[in-house]
Design a protein around this ligand. Structure first.
Ligand code: GLN
Length: 496
């Protein structure tokens, strides 16, 4: 809907006074209103608040304040990221009336950089899911084909961006929730190195796995947004100082060169026997050709433990979730049942939590509580932590042999609405290619690579060593300058 395909170009037009901040905000608001019922990408948009922010940013630009290259550009924020004075629901009935009294660090950084927070996007409840169908506010549709899911859990952010309502969005990624919806909606998205982007104000799902990251049409826009988000934060005890790549990291020597900018890079292509759709194999072959044409050398890479990574992830994620979600008791936080008998506190908790949480969230709290319970802890949670350690070691070894790892994001393109929730274990297995980056903390970038026979986008993933986020994004930019990204037009037509 916006007349621009890239946030950087819109930012330049605003800086050059060709477009006012209010005009950009109004265009986005108009697109939101048009697409509202078709896609259900948003949970909360407050147009008055948006226009007030827009006027304030315009004033700062007019006064010559050094803002950022994205000043005045509207951005979507996933609804598990706290926004002061703007409802933040996590896609749950539990928090349907919650308005945070403070901003997440990433939100404060966006505002300081002059971006306009357009609103809060739909998501799987508490970020648990892969399709954006578990939201209390109803499912989001894929703009490429509205009968299909957009992926999840950051599906609202992906649908809003792919349909051009905004050019930039924030997602959160605990086991793939930035990369997989980006892949299924034809976008670029980064799961940053754990600790490089503050989690302060992100409502926790699984704290040792969660990361906030950028989603956009291109790697170039993701890079500019990442620069605004990243950096240490004293309010997040797991946030890390800006760290250079270790001295023995081969990637450090990569400088890029005209014509063959990926020359000198070795890319290991994940060698996995698990079946993928033909469109995914075709995208993998296209990605290999593209990387080689840009000068990289590509070799097969065996990666043991792929089968074990998904169960380890689901044990750790649900264990941490069962602890994080204990605070929603209807007293300190969360939904309060109207007529419950508070004389029996156990009953009160049970009523509030059964009514406030949806089925998938309840399932995961039960699973996680079980994995942590006395007598079972050693057999399940501790075992999963050992597998996590082994996965980290294997990836570290692999990244001493190759610079980057190429893999699919997902074995399929976006399934039709309603096809995934009936079989939770099958849905969990669909995270096969994404969970390792969260278990290890490594950065991973999803890039669009063509479409399947129904016109649904396919994504491929590049994983790099810790702190290689900027190099990954630079590699993505080289790939996209050789082969421009295809955009989804809101009326269903595809444009290059
Ligand atoms: N699909 C995964 C899960 O349900 C990942 C979710 C996420 O990254 N937030 O746990």
């Amino acid at each position: 809907m916006l007349d621009f395909n890239q946030a950087a170009a819109l930012g330049q037009a605003i800086a050059a006074r060709q477009v006012s901040v209010r005009e950009a905000a109004e265009q986005s608001l108009k697109a939101v209103a048009c697409q509202k019922t078709k896609l259900n990408a948003w949970i909360t948009v407050d147009p008055d608040q948006v226009l007030r922010q827009a006027d304030d940013v315009q004033r700062r630009i007019d006064q010559g304040e050094a803002v950022s290259p994205l000043a005045g550009v509207p951005v979507a924020v996933k609804d598990n990221i706290s926004t002061r004075g703007l409802r933040t629901t996590c896609g749950s009935r539990m928090l349907a009336d919650y308005t945070p009294p403070y901003d997440a660090t990433v939100v404060a950084r966006l505002s300081r950089a002059g971006l306009v927070i357009l609103g809060k996007t739909n998501m799987d409840e508490f970020a648990m899911g892969s399709t954006t169908e578990t939201s209390w506010f109803g499912p989001t549709m894929n703009p490429w084909r509205p009968g299909h899911v957009p992926g999840g859990s950051s599906g609202g952010s992906a649908a809003a961006t792919a349909s051009g309502q905004v050019l930039l969005a924030l997602g959160s990624d605990t086991g793939g929730s930035i990369r997989q919806p980006c892949a299924w909606c034809g976008l670029t998205g980064l799961k940053p190195t754990y600790g490089t982007v503050s989690r302060y104000g992100l409502i926790a799902y699984a704290s040792s796995l969660d990361q906030i990251g950028p989603m956009a049409l291109t790697a170039g826009d993701c890079r500019i947004l990442y620069e605004i988000l990243a950096g240490p934060d004293s309010r997040d005890s797991t946030s890390l100082p800006d760290s250079p790549l270790p001295a023995d990291c081969k990637l450090k020597a990569w400088t890029g060169g005209a014509g063959r900018p990926l020359a000198g890079l070795t890319v290991g292509c994940l060698d996995d026997a698990a079946p993928v759709q033909p469109a995914i194999s075709a995208a993998r072959a296209a990605a290999i050709r593209q990387l080689e044409a840009l000068g990289a050398s590509v070799e097969p890479l065996a990666m043991p433990l792929l089968d074990e990574a998904v169960p380890a992830y689901y044990l750790i994620a649900t264990a941490e979730a069962s602890s994080n979600l204990a605070r929603f008791d209807g007293i300190r936080y969360g939904y309060r049942p109207d007529d419950a008998d508070v004389a029996d506190i156990g009953d009160y908790y049970a009523r509030g939590r059964s009514e406030g949480f949806g089925r998938e969230v309840r399932r995961r709290i039960l699973l996680g509580t079980f994995a942590l319970s006395a007598g079972f802890y050693d057999a399940w949670y501790l075992q999963a932590l050992k597998v996590r350690r082994l996965v980290c070691d294997r990836y570290a070894e692999a990244l001493r042999r190759v610079d980057l790892i190429l893999s699919p994001v997902s074995a399929t393109t976006a399934p039709p609405l309603g096809a995934s929730l009936a079989d939770p274990l099958a849905m969990y297995q669909s995270d096969r290619y994404t969970v390792a980056a969260n278990l290890t903390g490594l950065p991973a970038l999803a890039l669009p690579f063509g479409q399947d026979s129904q016109g649904l986008p396919v994504g491929m993933q590049l994983t790099g060593p810790s702190f290689s986020d900027r190099l990954l994004l630079a590699a993505g930019e080289h790939i996209q300058s050789a082969q421009p990204v295809t955009h989804c037009a809101v009326d269903g037509e595809v444009s290059a």
